[in-house]
Ligand binder design. Structure first.
Ligand SMILES: Cc1cc2nc3c(=O)[nH]c(=O)nc-3n(C[C@H](O)[C@H](O)[C@H](O)COP(=O)(O)OP(=O)(O)OC[C@H]3O[C@@H](n4cnc5c(N)ncnc54)[C@H](O)[C@@H]3O)c2cc1C
Ligand code: SF4
Length: 328
C-alpha cells in the first residue's frame, strides 16, 4: 500500500475543495477503495473522508418520489419502510449484494462508483486498459467467464458489478452531483459510459464532483417489482446474470414495464426493447420469452461466457413471472 494522508471533511464545500487537489479521493464506506488500495490498483495520495457529511437521510419528495442521501448505508436503505413498500426491487437488490457486514459500511454514493470485479483489473501484473489506458485487455483472449456480453468493445469486456444500480436503472433514478460549478442532476441512464475506446472513463462525473443524493421518481406501479440474481453461490457472490423488473398490469394486459439487467452488461443494462415487447401483451410465457429475446438481441459472447446469453434470458423470464404473480 502506498503512503497517503487522511482527513475528514467538515462540509460539502470543504470536501469538494479538498478533493480538487491532485491525487485526492473521497472515502465513504471504504469497501471498494481500501480493497483496491491494498492491491495497488488505486494509489491516492490523500483520502477525504466524507462520512461526517449530513447526507444520511431517506426523505419523501412532494409528488411521491424519494430522495436518498449519498451517505445512506446500503443496509439502512434496504430496510427502509418507504423503499420496501414503494420500490421493493431496490430493497431486494441491495439485500442480494455482499454480506450484512459490508452492507452496514457500504454507502449509496460508493455503491454507484464501485469498480469492476474483472480479475485482470485487480491484478496489477497483467495488462488492463481500464487500469492503465493503452496497455491492452487481458480478458478478451484470457479467461472471461464472468465478463459482459452487452455493451462491450474491443478494448474492454468488464461487467458493472453493482446489484443496487440495476434496480436504480429500472426505476429511472436521478443522480445529484455537486462540484465547484454547483449542483447538477444526471439521469442514471446517462450516468454510466460503455467502454468504447476509453474503458478508463466509466461515468460522466467531472473530477472532484461529489454525489450528494439519488432521487427516485414517483412510480406507483413499482410496488409490483422484483430483483432476481443468479450466481455461483447462494450468497456473497456477484451476479452472473440478474434482472430488475417492474410491471403495471391492468385489465389483464401489461400497461407499462421497466426492465434492467445486471451481470451481463458493461453498465447496468436498461432494455427498452424488452419493455416494448411486453407493453400491450397479456402477462404470460410468450410475452416474457419475447422480452428476453429482445433484451439479449445485441449480445456478443466470447468463448467462456456464451452461457450467459441463455442464462440472462431465463433469469428475465423467471423475474417477470414472479413479478406478475406478486399481489400489490
Ligand atoms: C467481498 C465483497 C463482496 C461484494 N459483493 C457485492 C455484491 O454482491 N453486489 C454488489 O452490488 N456489491 C458488492 N460489493 C461491493 C460493495 O457493494 C461496494 O464496495 C460498496 O457499495 C461501495 O461503497 P462504499 O461506500 O464502501 O464506497 P468506497 O469504497 O468508500 O468508495 C468507492 C468509490 O466511490 C467514490 N465515492 C464514494 N462516495 C462518493 C460520493 N458521495 N461522491 C463521489 N465519489 C464517491 C470513492 O472515492 C471511491 O472511488 C462487494 C464488496 C466486497 C468487498
Ligand atoms: S475486461 Fe476491461 S477491466 Fe478487464 S482486463 Fe480487459 S480492459 Fe481491463
Amino acid at each position: 500500500m502506498h503512503p497517503f494522508s487522511y482527513r475528514q471533511a467538515s462540509d460539502e464545500q470543504a470536501a469538494i475543495g479538498a478533493v480538487g487537489q491532485p491525487g485526492a479521493m473521497f472515502l465513504a464506506g471504504g469497501t471498494t477503495l481500501i480493497d483496491l488500495m491494498k492491491l495497488d490498483v488505486q494509489t491516492p495520495s490523500q483520502l477525504i473522508d466524507i462520512t461526517p457529511l449530513p447526507l444520511t437521510k431517506i426523505t419523501e419528495l412532494p409528488g411521491g418520489g424519494v430522495s436518498i442521501g449519498a451517505m445512506v448505508r446500503n443496509s439502512d436503505l434496504a430496510h427502509s419502510e418507504l423503499i420496501m413498500t414503494r420500490y421493493p426491487v431496490l430493497s431486494e437488490a441491495l439485500l442480494s449484494g455482499a454480506s450484512p457486514q459490508l452492507r452496514n459500511m457500504a454507502t449509496t454514493g460508493g455503491n454507484l462508483l464501485q469498480r469492476t470485479r474483472c480479475y485482470y483489473f485487480r491484478d496489477v501484473t497483467t495488462p488492463c486498459n481500464k487500469r492503465e489506458p493503452g496497455s491492452g485487455c487481458s480478458a478478451i483472449d484470457g479467461y472471461h467467464r464472468i465478463h459482459a456480453v452487452l455493451g462491450t468493445s474491443r478494448h474492454c469486456i468488464a461487467t458493472h458489478p453493482s446489484d443496487m444500480c440495476v434496480a436504480l436503472t429500472a426505476l429511472d433514478a436521478v443522480i445529484l452531483a455537486r462540484g465547484a460549478g454547483g449542483e447538477r442532476r444526471i439521469p442514471i441512464n446517462d450516468f454510466y459510459l460503455v467502454p468504447g475506446d476509453h474503458p478508463e472513463r466509466e461515468n460522466v462525473l467531472a473530477p472532484g464532483e461529489l454525489i450528494t443524493a439519488v432521487e427516485l421518481p414517483a412510480m406507483p406501479f413499482a410496488a409490483r417489482s422484483h430483483y432476481r440474481k443468479v450466481r455461483d453461490r447462494a450468497s456473497y457472490a456477484f451476479a452472473l446474470a440478474s434482472a430488475a423488473v417492474a410491471l403495471d398490469i391492468q385489465g389483464g394486459a401489461i400497461h407499462d414495464a421497466r426492465v434492467a439487467l445486471g451481470g451481463v452488461g458493461t453498465k447496468p443494462w436498461r432494455s427498452h426493447d424488452a419493455e416494448k415487447a411486453l407493453i400491450g401483451k397479456a402477462p404470460g410465457p410468450d410475452a416474457y420469452r419475447a422480452a428476453a429475446e429482445a433484451a439479449l438481441r445485441g449480445a456478443k459472447p466470447h468463448k467462456d461466457n456464451a452461457f450467459k446469453v441463455e442464462l440472462a434470458k431465463r433469469t428475465l423470464v423467471r423475474t417477470l413471472t414472479m413479478t406478475a404473480q406478486k399481489t400489490v
